[in-house]
Design a protein around this ligand. Structure first.
Ligand code: G4P
Length: 529
């Protein structure tokens, strides 16, 4: 096996998704602890005395103590090289969250056992489904009161429309949490709470379910109940079919408690075995093999002002094939230009560092003088790849942007264009009026504040945002549709995006159906390529 094959083969790149507070940060932190990348819990997310997270890059984030942007963490565990794409955990998240999923090969979904599937999870999940990437579920906080286990699984199946296969099974919960039953080995992994919220592990004892001592260890009632549940489970649950897992049709489910480290390492180990090394990505419909092709990558995220002193922009790229070497000459396909990738960076647990080399599956951040757009491909000059674009996701909040000082039109247009190019906001124009009225659409309302803050601080341009009463947007599939002929649109706003594609803004979801019912043959889409 060549070095390239070996390096790529040991890579696992996944996104971690959850509803805020389900325990994503805690779980990520425990992964890093196991991998030896950090020594103390609490260092991923800036809490109390702990350091600020790597991704807290803007004042606004610091002010609110939340993380707006997603970050990438790399660490080694056993022989694996793991890339975790973290997604913002705040309710006001942005399109970046969705795009991050484009760069991942699979997703870990963290669910709070007392809450089940929550709204944010559903949205993110839709993107995973669209990409058919494997989804692994970690049902967290079993040390607290939890919903009924069967109900939790039912919830995932019904709400998310995916089959589930529990890999382990919880015994009790909350104060009565006894541990989990490992289905594969028919063993009980006993949980003993330790009074720590930190790095120390909960004690674990492993005992076969058939061992006569098992009953006394977990208690007779729990034991009897477990046997009943196992029987029910073995008869009723979906078998673990790896093909389905890889297609994203069946999610292996694990129960545990990230805070007490319980079930984290078994989860990580199962997960690593069940996931693939980076798979080929499509370029113009043809697969680009990670280990057989030379370096290629695509841009999935652009982040401005990582370093306040330099006002720089970093383009985050997912490497799709081959090996990256610092300062190599590549082709930026969309602009048809050769360029050197300078200042490549990678975020290793806590620090950003300059990378000398990286492989398919890895994420690198490249200094961007303003040439990259989301979805761009870079490859070797001899190659002619063009990876499939990243969809534009439907924003859900809209506002009219009013410029306060009209003398600063130039800065305003430049600023708003650049911020849109980074993909933090989407800009729409009135269908007929043109650039005079600008409407911005965002996925999470926090992006409005980000826009206002950045226009004022970076472009010296004050604006006022007037919220618009629209909640849903749809692209018109046939871009040649004559908008003036549409029926039932008195409550609908007709706009176009930066590329000139026609769109409709609706006051509610119900309005979408209303328009569809009145315009035969009209096709509306939620994502735009
Ligand atoms: P997030 O990134 O998904 O938003 O969640 P995060 O890990 O920050 O966890 C949210 C809260 O839930 C934290 O408490 C965390 O300690 C707690 N938590 C995470 N995993 C578990 C678990 O397995 N069991 C229990 N009981 N709690 C868990 P917090 O009060 O917000 O913060 P902290 O001050 O306690 O750290």
């Amino acid at each position: 096996m060549s070095e390239l094959q070996h390096e790529i083969g040991r890579r696992r790149t996944f996104a971690i998704i959850s509803h805020p507070d389900a325990g994503k940060t805690t779980l990520t932190e425990k992964f890093l602890l196991y991998g030896g990348a950090i020594n103390t819990a609490g260092s991923v997310k800036g809490k109390a005395n702990a350091k600020h997270a790597v991704s807290d890059w803007m004042e606004i984030e610091k002010e609110r103590g939340i993380s707006v942007t997603s970050s990438v963490l790399q660490f080694e565990y056993n022989d694996y090289c793991i890339n975790i794409l973290d997604t913002p955990g705040h309710e006001d998240f942005s399109e970046d969250t969705y795009r991050t999923l484009m760069a991942a090969d699979c997703a870990v979904m963290v669910i709070d056992a007392s809450k089940g599937v929550e709204a944010q999870t559903i949205k993110l999940f839709k993107v995973c489904v669209m990409r058919h990437i494997p989804i692994f579920t970690f049902i967290n906080k079993m040390d607290r009161e939890a919903k009924d286990t069967f109900e939790l699984l039912d919830d995932i199946e019904k709400v998310l429309g995916i089959e589930t296969c529990p890999m382990n099974w919880p015994i009790g919960c909350g104060k009565e949490f006894k541990g989990v039953y490992e289905r594969e080995f028919k063993e009980i992994l006993r949980f003993e709470a330790v009074s720590t919220g930190g790095a120390k592990e909960a004690k674990e004892t492993i005992i076969s379910v058939d061992n006569p001592e098992a009953k006394s260890i977990i208690g007779e009632d729990f034991y009897e109940n477990l046997l009943e549940e196992i029987e029910l489970l073995d008869g009723a649950s979906h078998p673990l079919e790896m093909d389905k897992v890889h297609q994203g049709d069946l999610s292996p489910v694990f129960f545990g408690s990230a805070l007490t480290n319980f079930g984290v390492e078994p989860f990580l180990e199962h997960f690593l075995k069940m996931t693939n090394a980076p798979l080929p990505r499509l370029s113009k419909g043809e697969p680009v093999e990670p280990a057989e092709n030379d370096f290629s990558a695509f841009v999935f995220k652009i982040q401005a002002n990582m370093n306040k002193n330099h006002r720089d922009r970093i383009a985050f790229m997912r490497i799709c094939s081959g090996k990256f070497e610092a300062n190599m000459e590549v082709k930026h396909v969309q602009q048809g230009k050769k360029m050197r990738l300078s200042q490549p960076q990678q975020i290793m647990a806590q620090e950003r560092k300059i990378v000398e080399d990286a492989y398919a599956g890895d994420i690198i951040g490249i200094f961007d003088p303003g040439v990259f757009s989301i979805g761009d491909t870079v490859c070797m000059p001899k190659d002619d790849f063009e990876f499939e674009g990243i969809p534009t996701f439907a924003p859900e909040h809209f506002a009219r942007v009013v410029q306060i000082d009209s003398m600063k039109r130039k800065q305003f247009v430049k600023g708003i264009d650049q911020i849109a190019q980074e993909g933090a906001i989407q800009i729409f124009q009135e269908h007929e009026v043109g650039y005079a009225e600008i409407i911005v659409g965002v996925v999470g309302t926090l992006q409005f504040d980000v826009l206002k803050y950045r226009l004022e601080n970076e472009y010296n341009c004050e604006i006022r945002l007037e919220p618009l009463p629209y909640q849903a947007i749809r692209w018109i599939k046939d871009t040649t549709t004559d908008m003036s002929k549409l029926r039932g649109v008195s409550e609908v706003k007709k706009v176009k995006d930066l590329k000139g594609n026609p769109l409709l803004l609706f006051k509610n979801e119900w309005g979408i159906q209303f328009v569809l019912d009145r315009n035969e043959g009209l096709e509306l889409i939620e994502f735009s390529r």
